[in-house]
Design a protein around this ligand. Structure first.
Ligand code: FAD
Length: 805
């Protein structure tokens, strides 16, 4: 064993092997992989090896395509066969809602350059004769589906890496990790120790244990998963070509050819976790006892839908565990507060996703950036609230719903309510229908008295539509009240605060008592945040951003803090807020604020420390609604008092509670972008239309030079606002944008603008087309709807209402 290495990858499953391969390919060849047993001895060896490109997140779907296309490359690089079978696949819909889901997936695939097609039941039955077409209404055809040999793939990755100089230590268990002051690690194993510049936790079924070695509770849990292999089937042996892969969503089963029979797997509703507390170290190349009873309901549907399967009989049953994250996507990246410790865990579809995960992580380690948009699988999408008990509830839910439809307006119930603010009960009593963001309950909309606070799930406008419309109009015509604790807030203070913020934030800092909007850039000059910065004076700032990105932003902030002179803290639990917005907002505030709130005293984009409702408060004169508005922040234990005072003061002014759905409609009318939608790490400020909020010439600005270079070269795409000639559905995000018969761009968010009476979408198109107002179509639910670019915001383009004096 070496005594020193650049990277020690812990885990010789398909994921660790892929990380090793990609690091070696990037030129980092002084690297090792440490495996406690034989390679593949976690989940990998008993996997069905199936692969496909279907994923709810388009960026993960793209990674799946990368993974599948990688297998030829690693075969060539290693000389090891992966036993690649690209059979193509049919995903069968039994209901119109499922057809909507497939149409959406197909449309999304189109803008990603993935080649899928909606086909009729007859066509599906022609290419997949095992199905009984009476149970289906249509299908999605995906040419890029198939399977590989799990052991072959793992060997191919490691052999190819070893050819470059990487070393693989089998039968060597990592028993401890000791951080050293210079950021390197002592890796303790049962065969001796070595010093590593970086360590990668790719320990699969033991990811939690390797996390606990450094004090981490990683949000992953293993579930038992069963597939069975049938006896020989004449329908298979007589088939001229290998039988296609198939997913039957109604039966919650997937299947593919295995020898002369079929392999059938299920994601049954009553899934069972495995090794809930800790994974035994002596579990190696083992299977779990089969439990046919548990999957019987799915099999019954399967036998009805595919009658030949029932006749074939069962030859073999495999029950094995593999790990999931609470939302089912991989958990990848650096950990906040731990230098040079990386995770590549919770990869539930190693043969669809392992290649992409390896590429992203190796880019991150070698270049400091994953190189593409990995938000959907970044470990930082979870915070400290994602405890093992939370993970347990969510993973079970996710497993049981793996083949169920997730509607765009659907909020999943497990592990809720988790985080609640003091006003939660009041909002609930007022009819709030809640969603959860970063674990926090927040109001989506309010059901008026006599209406059940429940939203029907749908791809079209829901029962909430008209109530949300009423909330929007109340904001535009009178005054609305919104809880804003879903925004993140940080305090930055100290002698070095101004210099530091000037370096990490791309905007100009506000002068004392004022606010400024500021994007944040990564080293490549791409957007990694959009904030409102408040200058409270005396080297003290408040920075407000997107709540779902708190861990992501704290990780970046902390990694870029100087050794001294700047204090940074999250105010998540210390400071909570309410916002009021609308033409009557000032009059409401005047009733509860100690100080003068006139325009001269509190002008647009000002920030004041004052007293509201008898409690100390900060008031920001700003609103994401585009109206005259104030965001009021108070100590957490005073939020309820603030809420009650505002409700009382607003009674005579038509104050109406509004939620996230109305806010979405109002911001779309103003063409305001938001994090994780319009602003993501693949866009430059110029592309996102944020040039006026950045000062790229600031000395030392992170990403400044790269963003300036991109701006000078001219953007390749631009963010635009569309008005869609929609039917009964609005865009939701990720729909393709067509122009002249070609897909040219994609939607980032969409919805109905209740106060302008139009269906609106924001999205990116090639820069050359961004001035062409007409000729666009947006594909929604399988239909291409005419769309036109709006050259200015649809509501109050000059922004007079929010500046209202
Ligand atoms: C029945 C079944 C069917 C499946 N079918 C499919 C499918 O069709 N398609 C698909 O894509 N996926 C499938 N999967 C999922 C797939 O198996 C996983 O996504 C994949 O194996 C995850 O790989 P991994 O490398 O993350 O973890 P693992 O395979 O668990 O590998 C982790 C490795 O780390 C080693 N290790 C752990 N701790 C230490 C330590 N301290 N020191 C040294 N070594 C350590 C372990 O020994 C192990 O070899 C299936 C899973 C099951 C159970």
């Amino acid at each position: 064993m070496k005594t020193h290495t650049r990277v020690a990858v812990i885990g010789g499953g398909v994921v660790g092997a892929s990380v090793l391969y990609h690091l070696a390919k990037a030129g980092w060849t002084d690297i090792v992989l440490i495996e406690r047993d034989e390679l593949t001895s976690g989940s990998t060896w008993h996997a069905a090896g199936g692969m496909h490109t279907l994923n709810g997140d388009p960026n993960v779907a793209k990674l799946q395509e990368y993974t599948i296309k990688l297998y030829r490359e690693i075969e060539e690089a290693s000389g090891q066969s992966c036993s690649i079978h690209i059979t193509a696949g049919v995903d069968l819909a039994g209901t119109p809602e499922r057809m909507d889901f497939l149409k959406l997936a197909c449309a999304r695939a189109r803008y990603l350059g993935l080649d899928m097609e909606i086909i009729s039941v007859d066509e599906a039955a022609r290419i997949f004769p095992l199905m009984d077409k009476r149970h289906f209404v249509g299908a999605l055809y995906n040419p890029l589906e198939g399977h590989v040999d799990p052991a072959g793939v793992t060997q191919a990755y490691t052999k190819a890496a070893r050819k470059q100089g990487a070393e693989v230590y089998r039968f060597t268990r990592v028993t401890g990790l000791v951080p050293l002051p210079d950021g390197t690690w002592d890796v303790i194993t049962d065969k001796g120790n070595l010093r590593a510049e970086h360590v990668v936790n790719a320990a699969g079924l033991w990811a939690r244990e390797v996390g606990q070695m450094v004090g981490l509770d990683l949000p992953v849990l293993a579930m038992e998963h069963q597939y069975l292999v049938t006896g020989d089937m004449p329908e298979v042996t007589s088939s001229a070509k290998e039988v296609l892969h198939c997913i039957d969503f109604e039966g919650e089963i997937y299947m593919r050819q295995e020898g002369k029979g079929m392999l059938i797997g299920t994601y049954e509703k009553k899934g069972v976790p495995w090794a809930e507390r800790s994974t035994p170290w002596d579990f190696t190349h083992e299977l779990l006892p089969p439990d046919l009873e548990r999957i019987a309901p799915s099999l019954e549907v399967g036998f009805r839908h595919f009658p030949a399967l029932e006749r074939a009989g069962i030859k073999r049953i495999v029950n094995g565990p593999f790990t999931f994250a609470p939302d089912g996507n991989p958990v990848v990246g650096p950990i906040r507060g731990l230098r040079n410790y990386w995770v590549a865990v919770g990869v539930m579809a190693g043969f669809s996703q392992g290649g992409g995960v390896g590429l992203a992580l190796s880019n991150w380690i070698v270049h400091g950036d994953p190189g593409f948009d990995v938000w959907a699988m970044d470990v930082a999408r979870f915070g400290d609230w994602a405890t093992p008990a939370y993970t347990n509830a969510k993973v079970r839910e996710n497993y049981s719903r793996r083949f169920r439809i997730r509607f765009p307006n659907e909020e999943l119930p497990a592990a809720r309510p988790l985080r609640m603010t003091p006003v939660y009960d009041r909002l609930k009593a007022n009819g709030a229908v809640f969603g959860a963001a970063f674990g926090l309950e927040h109001a989506l909309w309010f059901a008026p008295p006599g209406t059940e606070p429940r939203e029907d799930v749908t791809y079209r406008r829901s029962n909430a539509h008209r109530y949300v419309g009423n909330e929007c109009r109340a904001v535009r015509n009178a005054v609305g009240l919104l809880e804003i604790s879903t925004f993140s807030r940080y305090e930055v203070s100290g002698a070095g605060a101004t210099d530091w913020l000037d370096r990490v934030l791309a905007g100009r800092l506000p002068r004392e008592g004022h606010l400024a909007l500021s994007p944040m850039l990564n080293d490549n000059g791409r957007l990694i945040g959009d904030f409102t910065v408040a200058n409270a004076g005396r080297n003290r700032y408040f920075v407000f951003g997107s709540g779902i990105a708190e861990e992501y932003h704290l990780r970046w902030f902390e990694a870029h803090l100087p050794p001294s002179g700047v204090a940074l803290r999250s105010l998540r639990t210390a400071m909570l807020g309410m916002a009021i917005a609308g033409p009557k907002a000032r009059e409401v505030l005047a009733r509860v604020c100690r100080d003068d709130v006139g325009d001269a005293a509190v002008p647009f984009l000002s920030f004041r420390a004052t007293e509201v409702a008898m409690v100390p408060a900060y008031v920001s004169r700003i609103s994401f609604t585009g109206e005259l508005g104030y965001e009021i922040w108070v100590p957490a234990d005073c939020q309820l008092r603030l809420y009650e005072a505002l409700v009382e003061a607003g009674a005579g002014f038509g104050l109406t509670a509004f939620g996230a759905r109305a806010l979405q409609s109002l911001r779309l009318e103003k063409s305001f972008g938001t994090w994780a939608r319009e602003f993501r790490p693949i866009y430059t400020p110029t592309e996102a239309g944020l040039d006026r909020f950045v000062d790229l010439g600031k000395p030392g600005l992170i990403g400044g030079a790269a963003a300036k270079q991109a701006r000078d070269a001219g953007p390749t795409r631009r963010l635009v606002t569309f008005v869609i000639d929609a039917g009964e559905a609005d865009a939701i995000g990720d729909e393709p944008v067509w122009h002249d018969g070609k897909v040219v761009g994609w939607v980032t968010s969409g919805g109905f603008g209740h106060c302008v009476g139009k269906s609106i979408a924001l999205g990116y198109v090639p820069a050359a087309l961004s001035n062409a107002s007409a000729g666009f179509e947006i594909e929604m639910l399988g239909e291409r709807r005419p769309a036109a670019i709006a050259t200015q915001p649809l509501y109050d383009a000059p922004g007079e209402r929010m500046r209202r004096s």
